[in-house]
Design a protein around this ligand. Structure first.
Ligand SMILES: Cc1ncc(COP(=O)(O)O)c(C=O)c1O
Length: 390
């Protein structure tokens, strides 16, 4: 008897984890590995956020909350979305989930039927296509070009549309591209979505992390018709360095929010009670931590980009947000997996092959790590590339 459901066998095994496991094994064996795989800020959660969660625990705030989150947190998120993003959501339209990953998943299963097509610009965050497959829907991958800063154009979007298209996923600032869409670029894409009433999932988890004065725009703020088709996803992981706390949220038109509320009430129920108190303190407290973190990322980004683009054979689009760099390594004539495996074996540097994100011409480096790690790692990458060219 076939024990596993089809949905669990169609998932793509995570390449990221394979390289990560090798890197961890080397580290455990005492090898000095330079890791560039991190998908999370290398800063601790601010103390006032921890204190609020500790106080909540000690006060016995350890029971179920409403499955969509506490009323006070939902209200604080609605207020944040209004003041920071120009978005009018009532607290009832805000559903707090166990991380932005969970938010994306809930949004997709709440809206996509088997056979529906979901447009995903590539390079993409690697969980999107797998979530779409879990819903029985079909990921339609649309490659973007480096010349256009890895951004989807309205024509590319229109060309990818079929009568089965249900949803497009936009992620700005993007992982792994670091690209940030301007308000005009988002509006032009949204106008294509409006033509056929395609839903838009706007993953805004890297909202706070942009560089060189690049403005962030929340898709749903661009007009009532766009708002009506948009599911906004955000969370606490990246901005407040709370990845392990597992707290994200969606904000959506009433019927979609209600559907997600219902799905959540029968699956995970509420996100952790005392973690929600920490998130509330994050939203209401001093925000200066974010600026300091982004300043550190900005310095590392400038250094890493400068070093990478000086290596013969490598080109690299300058990321305008998030904390990843996506150099093009195709001139070396290796697949991204082979390049990254050799780089790990020969120089003890762990990067993620671009094929995991839908682009075999690239590899991804995270600069959410110390300057010391970055400097040492780049010395080794330089030596590795020179050896390939020798
Ligand atoms: C684009 C994108 N969306 C969502 C997530 C998930 O965030 P969370 O940790 O809040 O689930 C990540 C995490 O790496 C991400 O890169």
């Amino acid at each position: 008897m076939q024990q596993l459901a089809d949905r669990s066998t169609t998932l793509t095994p995570s390449l990221t984890l394979a390289i990560d496991a090798k890197a961890k094994k080397l580290k455990a064996d005492g090898v000095d590995v330079c890791g560039f795989g991190a998908g999370e800020p290398d800063f601790d959660t601010p103390q006032h956020i921890k204190d609020a969660a500790i106080a909540a625990l000690q006060a016995g705030f350890t029971k179920y909350t409403p499955s969509s989150g506490t009323p006070e947190l939902r209200a604080a998120i609605a207020a944040k979305l209004k003041t920071e993003n120009g978005l009018d959501y009532k607290p009832s339209q805000v559903i707090v989930n166990c991380g932005a990953k969970h938010s994306c998943y809930n949004a997709i299963i709440a809206t996509c039927n088997p056979g529906d097509e979901v447009i995903i610009p590539a390079p993409f965050w690697l969980s999107y296509p797998e979530m779409v497959k879990l819903a029985g829907a079909i990921p339609v991958i649309v490659p973007t070009s480096e010349a256009n800063g890895f951004k989807l154009t309205p024509d590319q979007f229109r060309d990818a549309m079929t009568p089965a298209t249900k949803l497009i996923i936009l992620n700005s600032p993007g992982n792994p591209t670091g690209s940030v869409y301007s308000a005009d670029e988002l509006k032009a894409l949204a106008e294509v979505a409006l033509e056929e009433e395609i839903l838009m999932l706007s993953d805004e988890i890297y909202e706070k992390i942009t560089y060189d004065g690049t403005a962030f725009t929340s898709l749903a703020s661009l007009g009532k018709e766009i708002y009506d088709l948009t599911i906004t996803v955000n969370g606490f992981s990246k901005a407040y360095s709370m990845t392990g706390w597992r707290l994200g949220y969606i904000a959506a038109p009433e019927p979609i929010a209600a559907a997600i509320d219902s799905i959540q009430s029968h699956s995970t129920s509420n996100p952790t009670s005392f973690a929600q108190k920490g998130a509330l303190a994050g939203l209401k407290g001093d925000q200066s931590f974010i600026g300091e973190m982004v300043k550190a990322f900005s310095e590392r980004r400038a250094y890493m980009h400068d070093r990478l683009t000086k290596i013969p054979g490598i080109t690299c689009v300058k990321p305008m947000g998030a904390f990843y760099m996506l150099p093009n390594i195709s001139s070396f004539g290796l697949s991204s997996e082979s390049f990254c495996t050799k780089l790990l074996e020969q120089q003890n540097v762990a990067c993620v092959p671009g094929v995991a994100f839908g682009s075999d011409a690239h590899m991804r480096l995270s600069y959410a790590s110390s300057m010391e790690n970055i400097t040492k790692g780049l010395d080794r990458i330089e030596a590795f590339c020179a050896s390939l060219r020798a």
